[in-house]
Every structure is written in C-alpha cells, then in structure tokens.
Design a protein around this ligand. Structure first.
Ligand code: IMP
Length: 191
C-alpha cells in the first residue's frame, strides 16, 4: 500500500481497470443532465450512502443544475469480507427530515440489493414527496432483494471491484477509476 506511484498510473494492486476515469466523468455528466431535466422546477435532496458513495455524490451533485440539498446516512458494510452478510444497520442517520421532499438516494454499487431495499423502505416511511434511486454501478447477477434503480451509471460483471469510492478493507476509495483487485491482495489480507 505504501508503494510510491503517480496517481495517473494504474495502482500496483489493481489487476485491470473496468471503468476509466474518463468513462465515469462522461456518464456522470449524462446522469446529471437527465436528473436535472426530470426535476425541472423542483428541488432535490441528495442522500449519500456512506462511505462508498461520497466520491460519486460529490461529482454527481456538481452535474445537477436544479437546487440541491445534501444528506448523509451511514450503514454497516461487509466488514472485512467481500461477501454481504445480509445484515444492515444504521450507523449514522440523516440530520434532516425528508418529509415532503424530493429524495434521491445516491449509492455506489447495488450488489445483493439488501442495503438499498432497507434504506429505501426506511426513507419511504418518513413520507418524502418522491423517492428515487441513483446508483453508479449495478451487479444484477447478485440480487437477493429486488430494487428499482431509477438512474444507473454502469452494469458490472459479478466481480469484486474497488476505486472511485468503492473499497476493500477501507482502502482504494481514492482511485479515480473502477478496477478489479489482484487476487494476491486477498491472499495477503487473509494471511
Ligand atoms: P448490497 O447490500 O449487497 O447491495 O451491497 C451494497 C454495498 O456493498 C455497497 O454499498 C458496497 O459498500 C458493498 N459492495 C458490494 N459489492 C462491492 C464491490 O464489488 N466492491 C466494493 N464494495 C462492494
């Protein structure tokens, strides 16, 4: 992890890049334009699911032209595993009410769908004016709970990916692209 390398180079722990920085930027511009058109004349509360969605939300918010407010909610993640435990716990709730607001949940990746289904149901019960979901990436093959993704950036194969907010053991969130980790990284971590 301490290897010195320019941020523009592929990280030594990354096997291959699946989505480049340029592709991410271009898709976010499209998503921002579509969201801005759909909410024309309205205001929007963007709800970021921490930690993974913070990078995506920062860029998405700046690609949206209607007035936005921001909220942050943190849920328990997979811990140190690459498999979903299926257990979702709220670690930090929103600071504000969502009642009567147009809420757009912003997520980095939809895998089993358990996290989003839980958060969407939680926010739905708080009576927003509208509730939609924007996910940067989607792994549809892994679904355990059906969720409607209103805005989706990219569909991914069933592989564990890191970068652009996505982590392995909280590392790699700062990579500007989305890529697959080298298998040796898993081997090292699990001894
Ligand atoms: P779900 O509840 O299974 O849909 O998982 C959603 C959460 O699991 C995401 O917010 C991520 O934090 C994490 N996750 C799922 N797949 C990956 C992956 O390929 N890389 C990194 N994190 C992932």
């Amino acid at each position: 992890m301490s290897d010195l390398h320019p941020v523009t180079d592929i990280h030594p722990d990354i096997d291959r890049i699946l989505i480049s920085q340029e592709e991410i930027n271009a898709r976010i511009a499209e998503l921002g334009a579509q969201i801005s058109a759909d909410y024309q004349g309205e205001e929007l509360l963007l709800v970021c699911i921490l930690k993974g969605a913070f990078v995506f939300m920062a860029d998405l918010a700046r690609a949206i032209t209607v007035p936005v407010q921001t909220g942050f909610i943190a849920v328990s993640s997979y811990g140190h595993s690459t498999q979903s435990s299926g257990v979702v716990r709220i670690m930090k709730d929103l600071d504000q009410s969502v009642e009567g607001q147009n809420v757009l949940i912003v997520e980095d990746i939809v895998d089993t769908g358990l996290t989003l289904a839980y958060i969407a149901s939680l926010l739905h019960d708080r009576h927003p004016k509208s509730l939609k979901i924007c996910a940067l990436t989607n792994k549809p093959q892994c679904r355990k709970k059906e969720v409607t993704i209103d805005y989706c950036g990219f569909v991914l194969p069933n592989e564990f990916v890191v970068g652009y907010g996505l982590d392995y053991q909280d590392y790699y969130r700062n990579l500007p692209y989305i890529g697959v980790l080298k298998p040796s990284r898993y081997a090292q971590s699990h001894g």
